[in-house]
Design a binder for this molecule. Sequence first.
Ligand SMILES: Nc1nc2c(ncn2[C@@H]2O[C@H](COP(=O)(O)OP(=O)(O)OP(=O)(O)O)[C@@H](O)[C@H]2O)c(=O)[nH]1
Length: 254
Amino acid sequence: MYLHLYRNDQDDKEHLAMVFGNAIASQSLAAYRPDDTPSSRLLRGAGHQQSHFFGGTMLLGNSNKGSVGENSAERENLGPGDTIPLVRVHSECFTGETAWSNRCDCGDQLTAAARLICQSTTPHGVIVYLRQEGRGIGLENKLRAYNLQDQGADTVEANQRLGFGADDRTYGVATSILCDLGLDGETGIRLLTNNPDKVAGIRGPQDQVKVREVLTMKPSACKGKTEGAESLAPVELLAYLQTKIQKFGHTIEL
Ligand SMILES: Nc1nc2c(ncn2[C@@H]2O[C@H](COP(=O)(O)OP(=O)(O)OP(=O)(O)O)[C@@H](O)[C@H]2O)c(=O)[nH]1
């Protein structure tokens, strides 16, 4: 895996691209510069052996062909013929990824994305990790929002009570990173997400990034529920997902 660090002129954050496989490379960061030293190159990225622990159990849900609107059957594995790069654009979530919170599926999604990309015989994909903690409101405000959720607000109402939008994220930086990684060609990408706003945002205003297929992700906690039976998923997680379905139009069936 190669890890690229992107600085940008739109926010003061350092966003990351975790590149799997040798076929994808940053055009700007990997390019030779006459004044390059080993340490200056180091600041622009580094390679490492990826962990063998990709034990996430996220399922792929419905597969919606982005450009033609078809649905295909649910499937757990991507076939060997899937040569279009698999992409996850993921927003930072300290609580879900590092502190194992039950209130969201972010940690599960991050691990599952890596596992899914590595499932192919030749891994070919990227996780763009955007520093957009709390849907853009930052960790401190997200913790305030948690406390409002404990008083009965859903995740959208909590943001709004704090004076923020329901979702303050934009995806221009992600689009630029994908273009820099050479993923703006006709081949396009397959995007792992349940979020229709994210799909539209990543395509960009001129449809720079061609999203050929949208693969939804179902949390492992929601796996194996039989029709009519109660879900075994934590109540907080179900409430979080239901709010995303109802208020953001997320395309996931619980
Ligand atoms: N404000 C707020 N943000 C949250 C809460 N729970 C998780 N988040 C943030 O929500 C964002 C989730 O990001 P993603 O998983 O990339 O995206 P998504 O919009 O859920 O869409 P998917 O691609 O389907 O996962 C992260 O920035 C989390 O930090 C919450 O209770 N309140």
